[in-house]
Design a protein around this ligand. Structure first.
Ligand SMILES: C[S@@+](CC[C@H](N)C(=O)[O-])C[C@H]1O[C@@H](n2cnc3c(N)ncnc32)[C@H](O)[C@@H]1O
Length: 245
């Protein structure tokens, strides 16, 4: 029987690792690290985190090549299902013979991440989750603001949904993730934005202000961070007004 522990590693700051995460890393026999062309920095970050907390021997670290997928497929659900099947196959091979396997998952495994869906494809695995600090928590902490207004509802959505469907009904605070298209430019009506790129990393940039006036600064800051370190992930909180009460 193999136990697979999905360990939330936080959103890029080594200080996000919880005590439970450190204990789970040290208790593993094998730690799998995804490697993807063009994302070497992120694999390196996992190695740096591990180097600080692993004992000198006893835990094996094994890299696996993350399968690629078509970014603009005609059949999106079918393509993603097939991609997840292929990742599950690669995991299956990579974890052969190990009893306690761990995977470091960016942020928290339960938030906009498919690791749990992929793990379900492998029969006979016991899956355990160690929660991690999400990019949402990293963002609101960086600005020292609450996520929600007083008693208000929060929606968490993607850049694509914001663009296609507009402001989520009933929410006075909206968190936008996975936005490769600067979807804050497509909002109807004014809003206030708290925006961060590579939050928690040394190169992080935080910008707050009214939209649409701030939009060009956000686009430029994201491009500058990407040019500096080779990758850029942004996240933002929107409210119609500046107030949180
Ligand atoms: C695939 S999702 C993973 C989310 C992750 N599981 C979590 O709990 O935060 C990737 C998205 O998370 C956000 N994100 C993750 N880390 C971030 C960071 N350090 N700074 C800004 N945004 C981040 C971005 O919106 C990015 O597009």
């Amino acid at each position: 029987m193999t136990e697979l522990t999905l360990i939330g590693m936080g959103a890029g700051d080594p200080g996000h690792l919880t005590l439970a995460a450190v204990q789970a890393i040290r208790a593993a026999d094998l730690i799998l690290i995804p490697e993807k062309d063009g994302k070497e920095d992120l694999a390196d970050l996992r190695r740096v985190l591990l180097a600080d907390i692993l004992p000198d021997d006893g835990v094996q670290v094994r890299a696996f090549a993350m399968p690629d997928r078509d970014r603009l497929p005609a059949d999106y659900p079918g393509t993603v299902q097939d991609w997840h099947d292929r990742i599950a196959g690669v995991w299956h091979t990579a974890m052969a013979g190990a009893a306690r396997v761990a995977l470091l998952v960016w942020g928290d495994p339960g938030l906009y991440d498919s690791t749990l869906r992929i793990a379900r494809r492998l029969p006979g695995l016991t899956v355990r989750v160690i929660p991690g600090i999400t990019a949402i928590q990293a963002l609101t902490a960086a600005f020292a603001i609450p996520l929600n207004t007083l008693g208000g509802a929060v929606a968490i959505t993607t850049g694509r949904r914001l663009r296609d469907h507009g402001w989520p009904a009933g929410a006075d605070s909206v968190v936008v993730m996975l936005d490769g298209q600067d979807s804050f430019r497509h909002l109807d009506g004014p809003a206030h934005v708290w925006w961060g790129v590579n939050v928690g990393r040394p190169e992080q940039v935080l910008i707050a202000g009214p939209l649409p006036d701030t939009a060009d600064r956000l686009t430029a800051a994201k491009a500058a961070v990407r040019a500096q370190v080779g990758w850029a992930m942004d996240i933002y909180l929107l409210r119609r007004t500046l107030t949180d009460d």
